[in-house]
Design a protein around this ligand. Structure first.
Ligand code: CDP
Ligand code: MG
Length: 760
């Protein structure tokens, strides 16, 4: 970071509030153009156009009239008591009307501003109104962190322990019990439940939250809900079904209620999808947000965000700052720069407290975001788009929006061998408006956009549904297991034929489908494991090759969210030295295995359970040992620049996978000891499509597909030339890089495709 300290003395900004023509024309300096609060304007225009119908009585007064422009912020739960807080949420006024509407309709589309109380209150209203007598209330979230965070919050509001009345379920982590009536879960978890229960008969109500994000899972869920409504409620899905065939039948029916919740103004499409379901609008408690656009486009958005943050910090009254960035790397780099510059500020300025926020962080770390800001301190939250809707952060008055987001996109190759990419790209209008809205939750706020007004106006209206841009292999495998063909589903948007054939090809190569496109036993077994098809295939192969213990160790790390190896540019040599001993010559997968083993050994005992929850019932002595082991492992990870959080997460994933293996009749204890071939061969079964051969010029050429790939610099194989490689994924930056690379012998890899198919 080369930025000049944007302090008072050496300031290079003028106040963002005033347009000042004399600002020195340096390329990287954002200049601000001040515009109207277009969020409000757009919202207003849409409402006047009548796109929102059937607002219940409680909300029919024009919401704008009530919008406060000043006055005290709403009381915090601590001060007013949690029940009082609940009553004061904007949604509370409409409680009875809402419950009535949901009772009267099979499907209800609920549209409301972030923070109005949709996610936390609606399930409780329905619970209190007796909806859970007939079955559970399930509420889906696109993100894990939202599901766990919200369940925790709501169980506090209900005054019950988490996992009791209120529970959650996310992949590899479940907190619910027989007593659970309201369950927060990821949309992926609920689609997975379709495997065992195609009518979701446990549930009386399904609430699909953040539906506007249109994740692949949400779309599949919506299509299935439409089918389930037909089967459970009779043929109409928009209106209540009157069953004329006598009381007997009426009693047997176990109808489903569906509530679709969305934070943006695209409710119409959901309503149409569900035969013109009723749309209800809930006004939030939104204060005006003043929006500033940069006068010029910014080439370095991290640097621009840094400068803007200090401009706010130095010039503006107290209030926390929320910065939206695309991903973890940018967050970490900006956090470091902000901390460094904050230390250099002249005395008299408030302290700066930085809090990172991205999906890979643990629940406890994310909790810091919600803690009250200490006195004489400005909190600066550096977040990805996870802070855009699902989660409420109190205290934020300033938003800095880089205008960037990371988006997953599948690049289907013309001859197969397509790959998922995670690319940073521009946000859309709906993201921009949500982000700005975060500044006006508790009082009037300010939003600094690091892009021009023209750029804003040129943005797409909303996100392209994930189903149109992602790999479909895993989803199609799951669908096939419940006897569904994606092409026959009634989806809101139909995926491209190329994407479908690419997924079919992957499943065929993995042996999940036979040449008639029929699901094989192997395919069914793959779907039963909560893993991507490639990893599931590797685990199944390990059964025959007697190395499930090793493959689970590796796959759990690959399934964890965070990175295993920490990086610090200023310590490259030191890091390389510390890690030298676990680098395996055949590449990254066995390096991971070595690392997991070393970590376990660092804890003393056999470390069968490195996550700290001991399986047996340890006496005091054992507990003490476990404690010692924990701190030894921590110290070990620190000394080797290894992310212990990832290892702990992997360890709990592995516990879950062991349970799945036991259920599937796979002996997870089976180990091949120090042999490496069985492990690599198992992995290669899953990565059959991710293979490349060396070309005469030293680059690698995909076997299935035509791309020339380089080995990613982060790989332990980076400078090596071997005849053949397998890799976990391709990432596309200035070049196509293979990440997670191992060398494999050409002889066994030649027969892989045939091997997978023969077993099928
Ligand atoms: O779903 P929606 O955005 O409409 O709101 P919500 O998530 O139900 O949150 C409603 C309100 O509850 C927020 O505005 C916060 O005041 C409060 N809340 C909180 O204080 N802590 C949480 N973890 C979640 C919500
Ligand atoms: Mg919500």
């Amino acid at each position: 970071m080369t930025a000049t300290l944007p302090s008072q003395k050496r300031r290079i900004f003028d106040s963002p509030i005033q347009k000042n023509k004399t600002t020195p024309q340096r390329k990287r300096i954002p200049k601000w153009v001040d515009v109207d609060d277009e969020d409000e304007r757009i919202g207003q225009r849409k409402r006047q156009n009548g796109s929102l119908k059937h607002a219940p009585q409680a909300h029919s007064t024009p919401p704008r009239k009530k919008a406060r422009t000043s006055g005290p912020p709403p009381p915090s739960p601590a001060k007013a008591g949690i029940q009082e807080h609940r009553k004061q949420l904007p949604i509370a006024k409409g409680k009875d009307a809402l419950v009535q509407e949901i009772r009267a309709n099979d499907v209800t589309v609920l549209l409301g501003e972030t923070g109005s109380g949709k996610t936390t209150q609606i399930p409780q209203y329905l619970l209190e109104a007796g909806f859970a007598d007939a079955g559970m209330i399930g509420i889906t979230q696109p993100r894990k962190v939202a599901a766990t965070e919200l369940a925790a919050r709501v169980s506090v509001e209900q005054g019950t322990p988490l996992g009791g009345l209120i529970g959650y379920g996310i992949r590899f982590d479940e907190k619910s019990s027989a007593a659970t009536r309201v369950k927060y879960m990821t949309d992926g978890m609920l689609t997975r439940e379709l495997l065992g229960d195609p009518l979701l008969s446990k549930y009386a109500v399904i609430i699909v939250d953040e539906a506007h994000e249109r994740t692949l899972r949400t779309d599949l869920l919506l299509a299935n809900l439409k089918r389930i409504l037909r089967e459970r409620n009779g043929k109409g899905e928009g209106k209540p079904q009157v069953n004329g065939k006598g009381k007997e039948r009426e009693k047997d029916r176990n109808p489903l209620k569906v509530v679709i919740m969305s934070a943006t103004l695209d409710a119409e499409k959901f309503s149409q999808f569900f035969s013109n379901a009723k749309i209800i609008y809930v006004k939030g408690r939104q204060h005006p947000v003043k929006i500033f656009h940069a006068a010029q486009g910014q080439t370095d958005y991290v640097d621009a965000a840094l400068r803007t943050f200090f401009q706010v910090h130095v010039d503006q009254p107290p209030g926390d700052v929320l910065i939206f960035l695309p991903g973890q790397e940018d967050i970490e780099s900006l956090e470091k720069s902000i901390q460094m510059f904050a230390r250099q500020l002249p005395p008299g300025h408030d302290e700066v407290l930085t809090v990172p926020m991205y999906a890979a962080l643990s629940g406890a770390q994310l909790h810091r975001t919600f803690a009250p800001t200490p006195r004489k301190t400005r909190k600066c939250i550096l977040a990805t788009n996870i802070a855009e809707t699902s989660i409420t952060i109190p205290g934020v008055r300033y938003v800095i929006d880089t205008g960037k987001v990371k988006e997953k996109r599948y690049l289907a190759g013309s001859t197969g061998g397509g790959f998922d990419t995670l690319l940073t790209r521009d946000i859309n209008k709906s993201n921009a408006m949500q982000r700005a809205g975060r500044a006006g939750r508790e009082g009037p706020g300010f939003c600094y956009r690091l892009y021009t007004e023209d750029a804003f106006l040129g943005m797409a209206a909303s996100t392209e549904p994930e189903i149109l841009r992602c790999s479909l292999a895993q989803a199609m495998l799951q669908l096939l297991c419940i006897g569904q063909d994606i092409q026959d589903l009634d989806l809101m948007d139909m995926p491209d034929v190329d994407a479908i054939s690419s997924a079919l090809r992957t499943l065929f190569l993995l042996g999940a489908l036979d040449s008639q496109r029929e699901l094989t036993d192997l395919g069914r077994a793959m779907a039963a494991l909560p893993l991507e098809p490639t990893h599931a295939r590797a685990v199944l192969a390990s059964k025959d090759l007697n190395c499930t213990a090793e493959v689970l160790d590796i796959v759990s790390v690959l399934s964890a969210n965070g990175a295993l190896f920490l990086d610090a540019t200023d310590k490259r040599a030191e890091i390389a030295e510390a890690r030298r001993k676990f680098i395996h010559r055949s590449g990254d997968h066995l390096t991971i295995l070595n690392t997991v083993r070393a970590y376990r050994a660092a804890g003393g005992a056999d470390g069968e359970n490195a996550s700290g929850h001991v399986n047996g019932h340890g006496d005091g002595e054992e507990e003490k040992e476990e404690k010692v082991g924990r701190s030894a492992r921590k110290e070990w990870a620190r000394a080797h620049f290894i992310n212990e959080r990832t290892l702990r997460e992997a360890s709990s994933i592995r516990d879950q996978l062991r349970l799945s293996c036991t259920r599937a009749g796979i002996d997870w204890r089976a180990s091949c000891g120090e042999q490496e071939d069985p492990v690599l061969l198992s992995l290669a079964h899953g990565l059959a499509q991710n293979t490349a051969l060396i070309a005469p010029d030293g680059s690698y050429k995909q076997v299935m597909g035509q791309s020339v790939v380089k080995i990613h610099p982060s790989s332990s194989m980076a400078d090596k030339k071997v005849p053949a490689i397998i890799y976990d994924e391709l990432v596309y930056t200035n070049h196509i890089y293979a990440r997670g690379v191992s060398s494999i012998s050409k002889s066994y890899f030649n027969s892989l495709g045939a091997f997978n198919r023969r077993e099928a």
